[in-house]
Ligand binder design. Structure first.
Ligand code: UDX
Length: 447
């Protein structure tokens, strides 16, 4: 009989995973403790902007016309325990307030609520990004608290999806990593992922700590790559070099690779910043803090870029104070094709300039409601052209396609001064300069 799958925690990761499991042909039951989330999902709606996700949900959610009906949602833990052969745990692990460490309370709570209902054999699979050692602890918890005892087994299966590509990354992962303690667990997970494995996704089997570490190591590497090129941008700025050319040239070396070498205002979002900090905190607890002190530098380089963008803006306005200056900001989300503004470098820069007296107007294709909630005191406009109206300087801070397709001549009619600063190295300088703009980008020569 086909496996029955549950997904516990239906945020970004869980909602996508649930829809993907239904797409792979399984009967899926999703659970969340927030009633509004469940009601939305039951209507086939998602609480965030993620290309393709709503379509995939609507294709499978029971009760929606024409759907396969394979995907249902509930708030009932007993129902979930009764239903599932495999339970995917997808609760979030944010940064603790005032500390670097990861807040495990949502994960722990989910295990506490599920375990007492586990009266039949099941595989519980952790997907959240957790401090190494958590799986070991949670396995012991399950064995002690599930009525079925050792037949409630744990596995760890980190998730590598990127926002904006969540559906594609979940259905066609570039690797599947499973931390297991038995052949039975490995066999079950090979069965769950049979379709992507047959299509070529590598399947890597590890122990618990390695599976947990793969995720934090991958994100640390990505953060390091971005901060490396941003450090090169700082040197290029000092030496009048061009970091975009530099990245292109070193990227031809296959050992280095082209990807994740875009210099600019740095990384943000709900993952990279908090994951590298939690990793440092955990290494400290394990007595291995020296191994990760370089991540402190990665974090500092990254945060410095935001300040550098503010200073570049000040310089473009002739130096001195922002008082009375109009600053247009294109982009609010931490990356394009997302409505996520968590730890967004773009909003951080907009906020800093606003706090120093600048009149900031922000436009973003999808992130406006979230930005407005987080920074209600910033100015907002409904279109890019409205945002730049009367501006003394235009900042390009999130690399949406819409911004690359803007016509510099049309925009030029609306501004007070044709000065544009590219914080993402994504606009074409020649195009803007031809339309009479003063164009500056991070880590690139001024002329
Ligand atoms: C990241 C990881 O990529 C993913 O594998 C993991 O599961 C979750 O964390 P995500 O947070 O969606 O995914 O964003 P990502 O695409 O990695 O971008 C992170 C940040 O880095 C963005 O703010 C982006 O603008 C920035 N970035 C990316 C750069 O500044 N330069 C680059 O070259 C690439």
């Amino acid at each position: 009989m086909a496996l029955k799958i549950t997904v516990i925690g239906t945020g970004y990761l869980g909602a996508t995973h649930a829809a993907a499991m239904a797409e792979l042909g399984y009967e899926v039951l999703g659970l969340d403790i927030v009633p509004e989330k469940i009601e939305m999902l039951q209507r086939g709606e998602v609480p965030m902007y993620e290309p393709g996700l709503e379509e995939l949900l609507r294709k499978h959610v029971a009760g929606i016309e024409g759907s396969t009906g394979r995907l249902r949602f509930t708030m009932d833990w007993a129902e979930v325990a009764e239903f599932g052969d495999v339970h995917f745990m997808c609760t979030n692990t944010p940064q603790k307030h005032g500390e670097y460490a990861c807040d495990m309370s949502y994960v722990d709570r989910a295990f506490e609520l599920l375990a007492p209902h586990l009266t039949r054999p099941a595989l519980v699979v952790g997907k959240s990004t957790v401090p190494v050692g958590s799986a070991d602890r949670l396995a012991a918890y399950l064995a002690a608290h599930a009525p079925v005892g050792e037949d409630a087994e744990l596995a760890w299966n980190p998730e590598f999806l990127r926002e904006g590509f969540a559906v594609q990354d979940t259905l066609h992962p570039d690797r599947i990593v499973v931390g297991v303690r038995s052949e039975r667990a490995e066999k079950l997970l090979r069965e769950v992922y049979a379709t992507p494995v047959a299509a070529g996704s590598p399947f890597v089997v590890t122990d618990f700590p390695t599976a947990e570490l793969v995720k934090t190591a991958a994100n640390s590497f990505l953060a390091t790559k971005i901060s490396f090129i941003n450090a090169m941008a700082e040197v290029c700025e000092a030496a009048d070099g061009d970091v975009v050319k530099l990245a292109e040239a070193i990227g031809h070396d296959e050992r280095i690779g082209k990807k994740f070498l875009r210099a600019g205002i740095g990384f943000g979002g709900g993952c990279l910043p908090k994951d590298i900090r939690a990793f440092m905190a955990r290494a400290g607890e394990l007595g291995a803090d020296q191994a990760l002190t370089f991540l402190r530098e990665i974090d500092s380089i990254n945060m410095r870029r935001r300040g550098q963008m503010v200073e570049m803006t000040r310089e473009a306005l002739g130096g001195g104070s922002f008082l009375g200056k109009r600053v247009a900001v294109l982009g609010a989300t931490f990356k394009p094709d997302s409505d996520d503004v968590r730890d967004s470098p773009a909003l951080n820069v907009a906020g800093q300039i606003h706090l120093q007296g600048g009149q900031v107007t922000v436009y973003d294709p999808k992130g406006m409601p979230n930005a407005l909630r987080l920074f209600p005191t910033l100015g907002y406009a409904d279109t890019a052209v409205e945002a730049v109206r009367g501006a003394d300087v235009v900042l390009h801070l999130t690399e949406w396609r819409e911004f690359r397709e803007l016509d510099p001549a049309t925009l030029g009619e609306a501004v007070r001064a044709r000065v544009v600063l590219d914080g993402r190295n994504a606009l074409d300088p020649a195009l803007w300069r031809k339309a009479g703009w003063t164009f500056r980008a991070m880590g690139r020569p001024t002329a």
